[in-house]
Ligand binder design. Structure first.
Ligand code: VGL
Length: 215
């Protein structure tokens, strides 16, 4: 895919947090999640803007479960929560921190903290709620700068990355999912989410070699 001038390209590090890596085995470890930092940094070099997001959850959230059979399963009461999860991404803990090698949130051009309310657990980083009514400002921010292309990576492919990529695509951005810059929770979930993303018109690439930067 041919990329336009850098100022029209953004890269997005979705929830690239230690909670989704083997660094935090008690939270939601995703195999290899701690190794995507260098690829996210390479991806960011092709873009004029770098955006990021973090899950920011209370240990008292309504979806919290310690029951392994419930993890990832629906059945939580509430309009803005879909599945049960173990405690994860709690501000002040290691799991909340970005994975090794990434900038600090303050050094990004735009950053989203999401899932702060006890009864809201959005997956996508563009809206705070599941009905996609309350914007986090990402789409407006990108539109204000006439960004046309967004390169997406992060954790996890089958949840927050997928949801964010679909929201960006629906908002009209040419959206590229860089598979080398993400990892997923389950193999089946990743297969299924790649299918959904491709059907929506998202371009999936195996490596950045498939992108041609502007001359
Ligand atoms: C995520 C499961 C639960 C994600 C967040 O960031 O993909 N997955 N919470």
């Amino acid at each position: 895919m041919q990329l336009p001038e850098k100022r029209f390209v953004a890269s997005f590090d979705v929830d690239a947090q230690r909670t989704f890596t083997p660094i935090c085995p008690e939270e939601l470890p995703v195999e290899g999640g701690d190794r995507i930092g260098p690829e996210l940094n390479r991806q960011a070099e092709l873009a004029g803007w770098r955006l990021g997001s973090k899950d920011s959850h209370s240990p008292e959230a309504v979806w919290v479960t310690e029951d392994p059979d419930k993890i990832g399963q629906p059945g939580v009461e509430g309009d803005h929560v879909e599945e049960h999860w173990p405690v994860h991404a709690v501000p002040g803990t290691e799991g909340f921190e970005l994975i090794p090698g990434l900038p600090k949130p303050a050094d990004y051009d735009f950053f989203v903290w999401k899932g702060v309310e006890l009864d809201m657990h959005p997956y996508g980083a563009c809206y705070h709620d599941m009905n996609e009514r309350i914007s986090t400002g990402v789409i407006e921010w990108l539109n204000e700068r006439d960004v046309s292309h967004v390169l997406v990576g992060g954790l996890a492919t089958d949840f927050c990355v997928k949801a964010t990529a679909l929201q960006l695509k629906s908002a009209g951005f040419a959206t590229v999912l860089n598979l080398a810059a993400c990892r997923g929770i389950t193999e089946d979930g990743v297969e299924e989410s790649l299918k959904t993303m491709r059907e929506a018109g998202i371009v999936t690439i195996g490596s950045l070699d498939e992108l041609v930067p502007a001359a």
